[in-house]
Design a protein around this ligand. Structure first.
Ligand SMILES: Nc1ncnc2c1ncn2[C@@H]1O[C@H](COP(=O)(O)OP(=O)(O)OP(=O)(O)O)[C@@H](O)[C@H]1O
Length: 215
């Protein structure tokens, strides 16, 4: 469970302070898919980055299970994120000069010097599940957008995170690829009992979302 209480985030733009997230309260439960909607600039990405501990809130607190994340040191937050949260980005965020396999394992191999073989084996399984086994030694420029996004998802779920956060995961994709990715994310949430939080301005996630949060 991840819970936010009185969450707020402000930015200064052109010398004016704007409240992007203002006294936001919510509880996210396992096995539920939360769809964040809102016009451009309403704060969808900002909210996701707060929930992923990628930036610090200005007010309120974030509670993950019984841990008050807001009270943790930066390093503790990073460790918690690495263990519990997977993040999928709109523009895939892959390393151009790494193969599919290396893109999926890079962070974990660098951070975990001991169980490298285990990490590679797990990555191979996940890459297979996502239908990319033939692409394992290919580079991002050799892949379609849908395939690149599946690599992004494989990387995000490598550690079987309890929370999957997706920022516009299908908005760069054609319909077939988008539907494919939506089905996978839906299954990750509902078959594996995970918290999934998706920001999306299109309607692909409307049918599988349990809750819609309008910003
Ligand atoms: N680091 C920052 N510094 C200043 N302003 C910022 C910063 N990050 C976001 N903002 C502003 O906060 C507001 C919300 O931005 P955010 O990216 O969260 O919106 P969004 O709903 O995800 O938009 P979009 O759908 O266009 O991606 C915008 O006005 C944006 O310019």
């Amino acid at each position: 469970m991840i819970k936010v209480e009185h969450l707020s985030k402000q930015f200064v733009k052109k010398k004016r302070r704007i409240n992007v997230i203002n006294d936001f309260n919510y509880e996210f439960q396992s096995g539920k898919l939360y769809l964040i909607k809102g016009e451009s600039g309403k704060g969808k990405t900002t909210l996701l980055t707060l929930l992923a501990f990628l930036q610090k809130e200005d007010g309120g607190k974030i509670i993950f299970n019984d841990i008050i994340v807001s009270n943790l040191k930066q390093e503790e937050k990073c460790n918690l994120r690495r263990k519990e949260i997977g993040i999928v980005f709109q523009d895939y965020n892959l390393f151009d000069n790494l193969t599919v396999m290396d893109n999926v394992v890079i962070v974990d191999v660098l951070k975990n010097k001991i169980n490298k073989e285990e990490i590679y084996n797990k990555a191979k399984d996940i890459i297979g599940i996502l239908g990319l086994e033939d692409r394992i030694n290919h580079y991002p420029y050799e892949l379609s957008g849908g395939e690149q996004q599946r690599v992004g998802i494989a990387r995000a779920i490598l550690k079987n995170p309890s929370i999957l956060i997706c920022d516009e995961p299908v908005s760069n994709l054609d319909k077939d690829n988008a539907v494919n990715i939506v089905e996978f994310i839906d299954g990750y949430c509902h078959n594996k009992n995970k918290i999934v939080i998706v920001a999306s301005h299109d309607d692909y996630f409307d049918d599988c979302a349990d809750y819609v949060i309008n910003l």
